[in-house]
Each structure stands twice: as C-alpha cells, then as structure tokens.
Design a protein around this ligand. Structure first.
Ligand code: 0L1
Ligand code: MG
Length: 259
C-alpha cells in the first residue's frame, strides 16, 4: 500500500481513541523506517494536542534486555507523555483501554532544560528536581500486543496511562540501580526486579532520552517528567485487580483496576 504518514497517523489516532485493535502497520505498508515511525508518532500526538492535551514529558521503552530481546532490538525507544494519560489517583479504569499491562518505573522530574547530543549523567543529576516511584500502563493498539520496532514506535511506544506516587525523593537519596521492586497482583508476588534493569541505571535512560530527543529537535523542558523504563516485565490487569508495587526505601503504590 502507498505510504502516507498523515493517513497512518489518522488510523492510529482512531484506534487509540476508540480502544480498538489494528493489524501491524509493517504487515500492510512496505518500507516504513524508524524515522517514519517517529514522524507518525509525532503527527498522532499533535492530534491530541490540537484537542487540548498538553505534552508533560517523555517515556523510555524497551530499556531492559528482556524487552529488547522480545522485540529483537538492542536499543530503547521513546514516546510522548500527555496530560490526558496521567492518573490523578491510583485507580485505573479500563475505559478507553484494550489489553492493558502495568509495570513499575522510576520517574525523574526536571527543574531545568536538557538538550543536546553530549548530555552526561552529571548534567542529568544537576537538572533533576526529584525522583518519584511510578507505574506505567502500556496498552499496545496492535492485535495480541504483537509488533515490530517500527510498529511500536508509531503507536507512541504503547503509552496509555501513568501514575506518579505522592512522595518525591531527592535524586541523591538512593542508588537508583539498587532500588529493589516487588510487584504483587491480588496479594501474590507477580514480578521482582531492581533499578539496574533499566539500562544498567535509570540515569542512563535519561541520558539516552535526551540524545534521542535531540535527533528529533526536541528536549526535556523544565517541569517535565521522564518515565525511565520498566524495572520488571509488565503484567496484564483486569477489572477487580489490585496491584501493589513496593519500591525499597521509596514507599509503595497500590493501584486498583476498575471497569
Ligand atoms: O514501556 C515500555 O517499555 C513499552 C515499550 C513498548 C513495548 C511494549 O509495549 O511492551
Ligand atoms: Mg514503560
């Protein structure tokens, strides 16, 4: 089929806003590149922003070796975080979602701008206001949660919802690579992990985020949040579920899933 990035963005927007699955783009369009996929992502997000959503930050995806292996890549991807994706309370409604999964993450919140190809971990620490335990809800719009790299980038890296815990911490309070996480589903341990699953250390994820944004002429702006990537595998959730995520030394998030 002939390639028209705006019409592919229209299609994805329609499926995202109606919570309906679609067939992988790469099965239907020849020659889609990673750059095309980021352009489709950008065009799709512009539609939400034209409707009043605000860009509040960025998310890194495919930051663990396990996830990279599952998609057959060796580098991460990024997506947009919009104001409409943020949960004010730790309650996840299934409305507007297809087959959501949740994963624990560490979020960084920034006080100053970060841009450029040569940003270092030290620059990131100096620009960081605080770090916050977070949960990301991913919800691929593709059938069976199955996609290639290009598909998932076009679909805004599967972003759906996110929640930041009430308590923020100094970025110097803990070794974030050593923060252990236990995720329970309805009282049973479902996943365990440590911050080091995120590119070795979550700060590396922010460095990588800035490097990738620079390639696309974007930056981390003051006040923005960055979700650095899943500390464990994501788990499927259904109405009635309760997910408890304990971040060692950083408190816990209890997320209730409703219809
Ligand atoms: O946040 C993530 O790592 C998800 C990136 C996209 C892959 C997926 O949907 O599992
Ligand atoms: Mg994630």
């Amino acid at each position: 089929m002939a390639l028209s990035l705006p019409s592919i963005a229209d299609e994805l927007y329609r499926h995202q806003t109606t919570a309906t699955e679609l067939k992988k783009l790469t099965l239907r369009y020849d020659g889609l590149t990673v750059d095309d996929a980021y352009e489709i992502q950008r065009l799709t997000m512009q539609k939400y922003m034209a409707e009043g959503a605000r860009l509040v930050g960025w998310k890194m995806g495919l930051t663990s070796k396990a996830k990279q292996r599952s998609v057959g890549v060796d580098e991460p991807i990024f997506g947009h975080l919009l104001s409409t994706m943020e949960l004010e309370r730790p309650v996840l409604s299934m409305q507007g979602l297809i087959h959501p999964r949740v994963e624990p993450e560490i979020a960084f919140v920034f006080r100053s701008r970060l841009e450029g190809p040569n940003v270092t971990a030290r620059d990131v620490w100096l620009a960081t206001e605080c770090v916050v335990p977070a949960v990301e809800v991913i919800d691929s719009r593709y059938e069976n949660f199955s996609f290639t790299l290009v598909d998932v980038i076009a679909d805004n890296a599967s972003s759906a919802r996110f929640y930041l815990a009430d308590q923020a911490y100094s970025p110097y309070a803990f070794r974030l690579d050593e923060v252990g996480v236990v995720m329970r589903l309805n009282g049973e341990v479902a996943q365990t992990g440590a911050g080091a699953a995120v590119l070795g250390h979550p700060v590396r994820s922010v460095v990588e985020q800035v490097r990738m944004l620079t390639r696309f002429g974007a930056a981390i702006e003051p006040g923005m949040v960055v979700l650095t990537g899943g500390i464990t595998e994501a788990i499927y959730v259904h109405p009635g579920d309760r997910v408890e995520i304990a971040f060692a030394g950083m408190g816990a998030i209890e997320l209730d899933v409703i219809e």
